[in-house]
Design a protein around this ligand. Sequence first.
Ligand SMILES: [Fe+2]
Ligand SMILES: [Fe+2]
Length: 319
Amino acid sequence: MKNVFVADLVVGTEITDFFLMKQATVRTGSNQKQFIDMILADRTGDVNAKKWDASPQEIAAIEKIDGSTVLKIRAGVNEWQGKKQLKITRFREAVPEDGIDFSTLIKTAPEAGEKMYAYIMAETDKIQDSDLKNVARAVMERNREQLLYYPAASKNHHAEMGGLLWHMKRMLLMGERACEVYTDLRPDWVITGVIIHDIEKIREIDSNRWGISPGYSFKGTMLGHITQGVIMIDRLAQEFGIAEEKAVMLEHMILTHHYEPEFGSPKRPMFPEAELLHYLDIFDARFYDMEEALSSTKPGDFSDKVWTLENRKVYKPTF
Ligand SMILES: [Fe+2]
Ligand SMILES: [Fe+2]
């Protein structure tokens, strides 16, 4: 059971608690002694941790761990360059008898994967164009297993279990409102665009079953989800016999959703639903980042600088 969450760590205190170990690297310090550099996490965030002067047994214990695991640690809470850091005195790998409650350790979307998946599938029922419906359903059904836990990023926005579905669901909710206001928008294209736009993140980034991503895949690094997405639509269009105009418009939606060449889009949107898709995307990412920043900020304080918000701080009111 958790005693204290990462977001509530107090400098100068001693803690004994369970954390998810996301990363551990054995390094050599300037004193020539080996230390273990870790990223520990729970539901509320990440914290850097150091085991200085690591013994050969401790190094062996860390090296035999493959991927992420849960550690029980005893540590002091310090501050280093404005950020909290743990100075570990003891650690061990958790065992089943510890009775870990994983929901305290893993960052997850606020809704269960199955529930979000069902919501999005119901949205595909509203699509009237049979070509678009085929594409949207194939994308959902063929990626179902991974969608249920996949994050939408390895760091940044929606880097959490189920984050990709949560991103898609909130974009669909906003997209629906946009169609009510801007009545020329065609809902079929908005729904399909949202469903396909980031789906190749499943093959762009790697993820374990907890939605923790160690980073980019080979194809993701070489191509990225935009290019991978265009290839995917090209294949689906052939499979379903979709005519060129529609197929290219779907590819164009994926291609342009990052809007700027420096963010990976070689073209800018050339029809309204593609323009909207970009704004739905950026809207959801921005609000996610603000919610995140505020979740660990006390009333009357500013958050830390948020890199994805051009290093802005976010203010949390006292009332
Ligand atoms: Fe994207
Ligand atoms: Fe997105």
